[in-house]
Design a protein around this ligand. Structure first.
Ligand SMILES: [Zn+2]
Length: 551
């Protein structure tokens, strides 16, 4: 919870007295954002021909060529290191999926099957991984956080051992607001953090116990997302550690392990959210061996610039990841994960917003960078690469606006601001929504940790104020309950599944177009001010920003 800055809202209010002239000009830009254009882009980006847009595949070549061609047509300037492209060097690791996991030392030997009971892979650039009788230690949530005074690794040396842990964080499990951020997920609840921390602790293997509500997605999402090849940035921290295995097990598998160890699953996993929890030696051993294929590959962020006028050395960045999961032969029938909503919609919107900026009768002051990043689905890698290798200085980047998975279910009165309260950027969103008679709502399910699940996060971690507006739930016709149910049903049925297809006859475009106009206007407002919006007081991202801005 952060206090909001009301002063900035006032400033925007006063600035708007001069808005009338500006409003007229905006109209020309706004009409260029329309359903026909979106449909054209979507029918290409989400087509079977684009093969699910997997990084470093022919699907990528087609995708980035299309984006470059469109940005060029619209009249934007190439802003990559080479033309519109910023090359991202990656290592692609493909673990042999015939592996199994044996658990011994308990009442009975357990043998887990890949995909049904567990999934796993390695961050190591090795041909073969062998984990032999590695001692298993249950480390609760696997969190070491000075900020929340919590250390699940207290008093135990896990070097060369296997750590087993729960997803999400103790605040989620208990809804206790004095623990972490209460029900809202913190960054410590994310799987990426948990593997990284295990690596820092010197563990040999790390296993996360899946639970649908705590992870915010069913086991099928784990299967679909992480049983294919995994990508890592070259030189990343985790590949340089001793961690040999990153794995997820189903709740059922975990329960079997506890039972075999003679431990009470409910009691012990429950105790993991009580302050003072101590890691537990389970007297079990894990063994896993598998072949691992290492390939060095290159992928690309796509960067296009619409230069500003008198503040052209200051930037507003729109981000939308272009990548998805490609083709997974494990699926019978439709094996192409087209990622139509996720994130052909955001990528197409990037093009629409770029075009809208070019239609403004008067050019904006600040430069606008349209950045379509790669490898979001592989752990936000393209945006991480950009944040580490920015094309334009981050201390000159006033704001980032991210789009990931737009609204396909019709007009809503609201838009969700994921991470509402984080920064003064909220005020810009509120003002624009108000203009349309709409309103901003905080994330209806902060326990899902959505703020940590898309590309703006890497900009936030690097200090740049980042806004992640998402589709609303207050449906104009059917109301909130229906809207939320619709969203949840979509996640259940289509999220990271081959059925995330482009359905022009089923999707509703009116709500989507209204949302894109809001995205455009937020960026436009930011592009004509000279203010650098900041994080809210108390935000974990503020100290980095203050430092880079010389405060
Ligand atoms: Zn996405």
């Amino acid at each position: 919870m952060f206090r909001k800055n009301h002063l900035s809202a006032l400033i925007i209010l006063f600035a708007c007295i001069s808005c009338n002239v500006e409003e007229k000009g905006l109209e020309k830009a706004l009409v260029s954002i329309n359903a026909d254009d979106m449909k054209n882009h979507l029918s290409v980006l989400a087509s079977d021909e684009f093969q699910g847009r997997a990084p470093a595949t022919p699907g990528e070549e087609k995708t980035i060529a299309y984006l470059a061609e469109q940005f060029n047509r619209i009249g934007l300037k190439p802003a990559g290191e080479q033309d519109f492209f910023q090359e991202v060097s990656l290592v692609k690791l493909t673990a042999d999926a015939t592996m199994k996991m044996d658990i011994t030392g308990g009442k009975q030997k357990l043998s887990f099957a890949f995909s049904d009971d567990f999934i796993g892979g390695t961050p190591q650039l090795s041909d073969f991984i062998r984990i032999n009788d590695s001692e298993i230690i249950f480390v609760g949530y696997g969190i070491k956080s000075p900020e929340y005074q919590w250390n699940d690794y207290e008093g135990v040396d896990v070097r060369g051992k296997t750590v087993l842990m729960l997803v999400n964080d103790p605040g989620y499990a208990t809804s206790d607001t004095s623990l972490f951020d209460g029900k809202a997920m913190t960054i410590y609840g994310r799987w990426t953090y948990k593997f990284e921390e295990a690596a820092r602790q010197g563990a040999q293997a790390a296993i996360i116990i899946h639970k649908t509500d705590a992870a915010a997605y069913p086991w099928a999402v784990v299967q679909n997302s992480w049983s294919g090849p995994a990508y890592y940035l070259i030189g990343n921290e985790i590949s340089r550690s001793d961690l040999q295995l990153q794995s997820w097990v189903t709740t059922e598998s975990a329960k079997k392990m506890f039972e075999s160890a003679g431990l009470d699953y409910d009691r012990i996993t429950g105790s993991a959210s009580i302050r003072g929890f101590k890691p537990i030696r389970m007297n079990l051993k894990a063994s896993v061996s598998f072949k691992n294929q290492t390939e060095y590959v290159k992928s690309n962020n796509v960067a296009a610039l619409w230069p500003g006028t008198d503040r052209s050395d200051e930037y507003i960045i729109y981000t939308a990841h272009w990548d998805h999961f490609g083709v997974n032969p494990a699926f019978e029938g439709d094996s192409i994960l087209n990622g139509a909503v996720d994130n052909a919609t955001g990528t197409a919107a990037l093009l629409e917003i770029a075009e809208a900026f070019t239609r403004l009768p008067e050019r904006q002051n600040r430069s606008i960078l349209f950045l379509s990043v790669t490898c979001e689905e592989q752990g936000l890698l393209g945006s991480k690469y950009y944040a580490e290798n920015p094309l334009f200085p981050l201390n000159k980047t006033a704001a980032v606006i991210n789009m990931d998975g737009l609204n396909i279910s019709g007009r809503t009165k609201d838009m969700t601001i994921v991470g509402f309260g984080n920064s003064e950027l909220d005020d810009y969103a509120v003002t624009v929504l108000k203009k349309y008679g709409r309103y901003a709502t905080p994330d209806p399910s902060p326990e899902k940790g959505m703020y940590f699940r898309s590309d703006h996060l890497n900009f936030a971690l690097a200090g740049v104020p980042s806004l992640y507006p998402s589709k609303g739930i207050d449906d104009l016709e059917h109301g909130k309950e229906w809207g939320l149910a619709e969203l949840e049903k979509w996640i259940e049925d289509h999220y990271h599944k081959p059925s995330d297809n482009y359905e022009p006859d089923i999707w509703k475009f009116d709500g989507m177009i209204e949302d894109i106009k809001v995205f455009f206007e937020i960026g436009h407002k930011l592009s004509i001010t000279d203010r650098f919006p900041n994080w809210s007081p108390g935000s974990p991202y503020k100290p980095v920003r203050d430092r880079m801005m010389g405060k």
